[in-house]
Ligand binder design. Sequence first.
Ligand code: LLP
Length: 441
Amino acid sequence: MKTTNQFTKPITTVINSKNNLEIGGCDLVDLAKNYGTPLYVIDEKSLRTICQEYKNAFREYPKTNFMYASKALCTSALSKIISDEGFGFDVVSGGEIYTLKNAGINMKNVLFNGSNKTFEELEMAVQYDIGRISVDNFYELELLNDLTIKYSKNVNILLRITPGIECHTHEYIQTGHSDSKFGFDLTQIDDAVNFIKNNCKKLILKGLHAHIGSQIFETQVYYDEVKILINELTNIKNKYGISVDEINIGGGLGVKYTEDDNPPSIFEISNTIISSIKDCCKELNTDYPMIYLEPGRSIISTAGVTLYTVGSQKQVPNGRKYIAVDGGMADNPRPSMYQAKYHVEVANNVNRTNSEVVTVAGRYCESGDILVKDVDLPMLEKNDILCFFNTGAYNYSMSSNYNRTAKPAMVLANSGKTDIIIKRETFDDIIRNDVIPNRLR
Ligand code: LLP
């Protein structure tokens, strides 16, 4: 059975009687008219469905904790929905912690990751009693130890390790290979455990964490990763007599941006992970561990689309035809950063047949600001609405104000209704932090 990460579009996508695309029961042309473009739209049903698919896929393994990776897209309203679906959160910054705290999320269900957490962020985590902190390096062990003494509190930690696994994804989003900036090398685990044992009375080591990369299409890498985590966990138990029984497998499951992408289903991933646990625990004669999963992209990507309005067009003599839209690399830096590919369709009068190959260009002053190259689209006119699919993850969360443009709004669509969940920025937002010193006035 297909799971939501294996579709290029939100599961509610239909063509309505006006010949427009509809998502979450809402006509995308109406949304563009009412809220302006660029506009991020999130389909609540796709988001909730994928959360439920994760829970179903791991039903057989009740010792599973789902921690949504907030870095993919963190907003107060979405946090409420994801928490309502029974997920906790992986966070990587004070800003993400603050967002969740402010949305009323229980901090016990939060796990703090990152390779260079600041003292202030760690202090915030200790003050808020965050459930787990995944410690990345010796520097952090020392900082955190000082904080447990200052606050006289026990803090539950995992150690982030680099399992030495290479997966076939873009170089910038590989993380589990040996030459990585993240985590303890396997050869440093002993030193880290000794340091904790000898110096950190209030740091409670609960287990190990790894994350092997993002937009992963393979399953075997998860089998191997789990095996390494359980092996290392068992070594710690046997060598130091510490009762560690948790492994955090990270995130990384891919999504289907275009027809060429073939990510595994969540069920394939859960089968792989669970069989690796069973095989490994049998071989080592050890108990099944508690597991954490940190999916980000596979939870939110497919639920999101971005709407743009078509503006100018340029036909290069004997060359490409460029169609310019009113957004680009500031609301979606992924094509220029990772050569990421997206599926795009016209959202109004969708019965027009695709009749030309065009390149959709962003509005920003960079030649590299191309949203998608050489795609089949109908003959487009100004004010047509284009819908880019699979923009829920790492679009808004990586957006910027480049060229001093205001960030788009985000709406949540469900059963024909929409709610604004991120307001469109204004020019006043753009100059909010500008200061003109008196001597220049
Ligand atoms: N856990 C850890 C420790 C991570 O570093 C990440 C992602 C995740 C979980 C979630 O991975 P996901 O399930 O979303 O693949 N900006 C890049 C992606 C960077 C991912 C960084 N870490 C992109 O747009 O492709």
